[in-house]
Design a protein around this ligand. Structure first.
Ligand SMILES: [Zn+2]
Length: 1003
């Protein structure tokens, strides 16, 4: 079975890539991968590497999201797949060891997407063998580490250095008193001279502290990155150090106010003493209560440090919902950001005293969390919801609440703290606390590779996985590694857009539905007209997926798929999320047709993405190099200088960014040291033509397998050793997994039907290429030959506006003007990322056998499950939590389309056409994919607010400050609702504020 298939390359760990046996890090005897000779011929798929998979009983097989294919002209490349077992019920069956016991063999069919051999793509089959053995996992110890941030510097004039300098300048411009205001307010310290916080840390929101936490991380990373050999940043470094000192000192002052001795208990008051159960059940979450709890800091318990009172994390134990006005937002989310900020300071500041103090604050707060979790919470997973919630503190329910249960990377920070402290009791407590943030409802299925990612809030769940993986280092339980590995692999094929990010309205939708999601996302304008809304794909998700990828790479650094993906998400979405010339970072990143990047977030507290956005642009270099005692991996080709202190060497990469070639020189800093190590260089998945590595002028291999590392075996490196990497960018397509058959195309959300067509993004090397020359879907149909020869590099300006190199491709359409493509990171508005592409392969299309109702039946099954869950909720006498599974307008659309689809499905096969089936399926899938959870507002819920907002803007000439502020607030709420994160209480509040503010004018 393993004869044709290399299980080892992706680690002894499992695999998600169908790699050929010949894929070795050095030359093999296969025909060269060089460009196909017959450039003008159409090429069709002639060979796909066999896919043979062993899967443990009780688990869903790990199917590859990309496979290595050979074309009729001899050329080869990676192609994306889509598998047919993606219905949840099918996966649950495959994970049932009674139905699929060890010894059973079966097949799963799938398709290579973007191919026209059949309507669904090029058919492929995976041969599955169920075995008794568990998945192999790496030892719970990182195989490789990144170099310290301060030891890697970005060189040259390019978008990387330009963004970095802009970010450092901006971070220093933020008012530190604004970052400290809420702490002083929560701990009874005077706030005179401290500016009120804004955004989600403002007096009217309950996510206070999240921004300050990100601010501390941003200070720490910016500080570490102020070691530029080309620009003197010592002044900035000193200023950053002073801000870090002030944050740490003042936070400790707040925290010390919780050190209250209790003479009755004969110990300090602890977390477990705060709000005994009977009191907790009566506690309220409204603003009046909030203001009372703020005065109670003496009772919070030893070590509590947060910008909101301890009542808020406690309220979660009573399953209090996400509702800014009446209950909580996400209290542990804010705690996590602050812990992360303190840990980042401890790891990066050169002031040892401040580093120790930052760690002490974080440790004391970490132990507060342990105390609370250990004494006041538990896990009960069985029974129905009412039974599970009968007693406060059931973590199964707490962490499974939409947004309110969003704990960010609590488990990650606590696990990191456990690694940083030396006391064995504290270590044990911190790792116990880390795993108290496990969400069994989510983790258990994903650990078996059941895709329970679908319909979950994206950024609520990605950091949980980051934490689970981090905890594996200390707890050594393979469950956590498998969970993280499966999650990451499922995201690749089923959820990611071409630029690497995920989500729609902050949520994971159905697997393989990225194109449907993109084309049916709509928003309402102030006159209640509906329009397509390309603001999807939250930037925080990209930040956290990059972190997860970097951490997975530490366990299995030979698996080049990790850094291929890291490169995709960094070079496209993350670098593109900062405006090139002024500070402005994206919340939702624009994906789709004629999209404008919604830059904003003036401060780290503005939104969640203002927070992660404040960190993103001062640490681009963090994953460029990985090392262990005898190897260095070059994961990214970035213009950088890296100092590897343990070996006494400096590695300098001389290249542009983006780079098609890099010259790497080695310098020894201390001749006495041992500079003996192997060097591994990534061969990117896209490097299918002309890739070469020369060591001191000689090629090191005859051929290079894309998506692997090529190795220069261990040697004593000498001063001046030179490695030249050539990696010409190749044109290829990143395909959407679902064909596009309709799109929201204009005013009032008219959904225009099209012939079903594959949709793809043109890639040039690692770059997502976008165009401003296509602004409507009717103009987005293109036919290309299989070698993409219509696309040619164009003479570009040598400057991308930041003194960086700008790549450009042009597509010459017959009898038409050329369409120009530039990288997505470069584009700011009117960007179209996906086109309807018909790539001619010359292969004969297989004739269809009769009609196919599979997709219709699958959509109907999903619809029925949703109706059943809504009915079950309706039947409850006590509705806990007080939210239905689905919001009413979307639900009504579902019921309507389901009836139509059922009528079609009931017809006899002879009365039906395939088109009729496809139309019904498509309409039902739209209804399914545009539903929102019951606690979220829908665009229809803006019907009262919008006319009042419009009238306030247009018909009141002399606006008071109060009215102007109320209008701004209402605009923000409208935006949130359109983007998918708005709640009813926000709409109510905006309406009330506007109504009140209008009175100030009438008077
Ligand atoms: Zn965000």
């Amino acid at each position: 079975m393993k004869k044709n298939f290399n299980l080892i390359l992706c680690g002894a760990i499992g695999f998600c890539l169908a790699l050929p046996t010949s894929a070795s890090t050095l030359a093999s005897s296969d025909a060269p991968l060089a460009a196909a000779k017959s450039k003008n011929k159409q090429r069709s798929i002639s060979k796909v590497e066999p896919i043979n998979i062993e899967t443990p009983a009780g688990c869903v097989p790990r199917l590859p999201w990309q496979v290595w294919v050979t074309y009729s002209d001899g050329s080869k490349e990676w192609r994306q797949t889509k598998w047919t077992n993606h219905m949840l019920s099918t996966e649950q069956q495959e994970a049932n060891p009674e139905m699929y016991p060890a010894g059973k063999e079966y097949t799963i069919s799938g398709f290579i997407i973007g191919d026209n051999t059949t309507d669904n793509g090029y058919p492929i089959t995976a041969n599955i063998k169920v075995v008794a053995e568990e998945w192999k996992v790496p030892a719970p110890k990182a195989v490789a580490q990144t170099l310290p941030l301060s030891d890697v510097n970005i060189l040259g004039s390019n978008r990387l250095s330009s963004n970095k300098h802009l970010a450092i300048k901006t971070i220093l411009s933020w008012d530190i008193t604004q970052q400290l205001y809420n702490y002083r307010d929560t701990y009874g310290l005077p706030t005179e001279g401290y500016r009120t916080a804004d955004g989600w840390d403002s007096p009217t929101t309950k996510l206070k502290g999240h921004g300050s936490g990100h601010y501390m991380s941003a200070l720490a990373f910016a500080f570490a990155s102020c070691t530029d050999p080309e620009t003197d940043l010592s002044k900035e470094k000193n200023e950053l150090r002073e801000r870090i000192r002030r944050m740490v000192n003042e936070l400790r002052e707040c925290q010390e106010r919780t050190f209250v001795w209790d003479s009755t208990l004969n110990r300090y008051k602890e977390a477990r003493d705060y709000a005994p159960e009977e009191e907790l059940k009566k506690m309220k979450g409204n603003w009046a209560a909030f203001n009372e709890y703020k005065k109670d800091y003496k009772n919070y318990g030893y070590g509590y440090l947060n910008a909101i009172p301890a009542a808020h994390p406690a309220l979660i134990e009573c399953y209090r919902a996400y509702n800014n006005e009446e209950w909580v937002w996400a209290p542990y989310y804010t705690i996590h950001k602050q812990l992360a900020g303190l840990i980042d300071i401890a790891n990066n500041i050169d002031d040892k005293e401040i580093a120790a103090k930052a760690l002490l604050i974080a440790k004391d707060m970490g132990l507060w969390v342990w105390n609370r979790m250990h004494y006041r919470t538990y896990v009960k997973a069985d029974g129905d919801k009412a039974e599970r919630q009968a007693k406060p503190g059931n973590r199964y329910e707490m962490w499974n609440m939409y947004i309110a249960g969003e704990v960010g990377g609590m488990s990650e920070s606590l696990a990191r703290l456990s690694e940083m402290v030396s006391d064995p009791t504290e270590k044990a407590r911190l790792i116990e606390a880390s795993n108290c943030f496990d969400s069994p409802a989510f983790f258990d299925p994903v650990a078996k590779n059941v895709d329970d990612i679908r319909t979950r809030h994206a950024n609520q769940h990605i950091p949980m996985i980051v934490g689970a993986l981090r905890s594996y280092i200390t707890n050594g339980n393979p469950y956590y590694y498998n969970l993280a590995y499966n999650f990451w692999s499922l995201v690749q094929g089923r959820y990611a857009y071409a630029m690497g990010g995920v989500g729609n309205g902050e949520m994971f939708r159905q697997p393989y539905s990225q194109i449907l999601s993109m084309n049916t996302s709509v928003m309402s304008d102030r006159n209640r007209n509906m329009y397509p809304n390309p603001d999807i794909n939250e930037t925080c998700c990209a930040y956290n997926l990059a972190k997860l990828t970097k951490d997975l790479n530490c366990f299995d650094p030979d698996n080049a798929a990790y850094m291929d993906y890291y490169e995709r998400i960094l070079y496209n979405q993350i670098i593109g999320s900062l405006h090139p010339t002024r500070w402005g970072v994206t919340y939702q990143y624009a994906v789709g047709m004629n999209a404008i990047k919604p830059y904003g977030n003036n401060t780290p507290q503005s939104t969640c993405c203002g927070g992660t956005g404040s960190e993103n642009h001062v640490k681009y270099q963090e994953a460029a190099y990985f090392v262990n005692e005898n190897t260095m991996w070059i994961g990214l080709y970035l213009p950088t200088q890296a100092t590897w202190k343990e070996k006494g060497i400096v590695i300098k990469q001389s290249c542009e960014w983006p780079a098609e070639s890099s010259v790497i020189t080695v310098t020894r800093t201390q001749a006495s040291q041992n500079a003996n190590f192997a060097l591994k260089l990534r061969v990117p998945y896209w490097a299918t033509e002309g890739f070469d590595v020369k060591l001191n002028g000689k090629s090191i291999a005859k051929e290079y397998q894309p998506c692997t590392y090529v190795e220069i075996p261990a040697r004593e490196w000498k001063d001046g050793d030179k490695i030249e990497v050539a990696m010409p960018f190749t044109k290829h397509i990143n395909w959407g997994p679902d064909k596009m058959d309709l799109a929201a195309t204009g005013k009032n959300e008219s959904r225009t039907p099209f012939n079903p067509q594959w949709v793809g993004t043109i890639m040039y090397g690692p770059l997502v290429m976008a165009t401003s020359d296509v602004t409507e879907w009717k103009d987005a149909d293109l036919t290309l030959s299989s070698n993409l020869n219509e696309l040619q590099p164009a003479t570009a300006s040598t400057d991308d506006g930041t003194k960086g190199k700008l790549y450009m491709l042009q597509l010459q359409k017959p009898n038409s003007t050329a369409i120009t493509f530039t990288p997505d990171y470069y584009q700011t508005k009117h960007s179209t990322h996906y086109l309807r592409l018909n790539v001619e392969s010359g292969a004969k299309k297989k004739s269809k056998k009769g009609i196919d109702k599979t997709a219709l039946e699958q959509a109907l099954q999903l619809a029925k499950e949703r109706v059943e869950s809504q009915n079950a909720w309706n039947a409850l006498t006590v509705k806990v939590p007080a939210f239905s599974p689905w919001a009413p307008n979307g639900y009504a659309r579902l019921v309507q389309q389901m009836e139509k689809a059922e009528a079609v499905n009931a017809k006899g096969k002879k009365e039906l056409t395939q088109e009729e089936i496809n139309t019904a399926t498509s309409a039902l899938n739209v209804a399914i994919n545009t539903m929102r959870p019951g606690n979220l507002a829908e665009p229809e819920d803006l019907n009262e607010l919008l006319p009042l907002l419009t009238d306030s803007k247009e018909n009141i000439p002399n606006k008071t400050t109060e009215l102007r502020e109320a209008i701004n607030y209402a605009d923000m709420v409208v935006q949130y609702v359109n983007d998918g994160s708005g709640t009813h209480d926000l709409i109510d509040k905006a309406f009330k504020r506007l109504t009140e503010a209008r009175k100030t004018v009438d008077k």
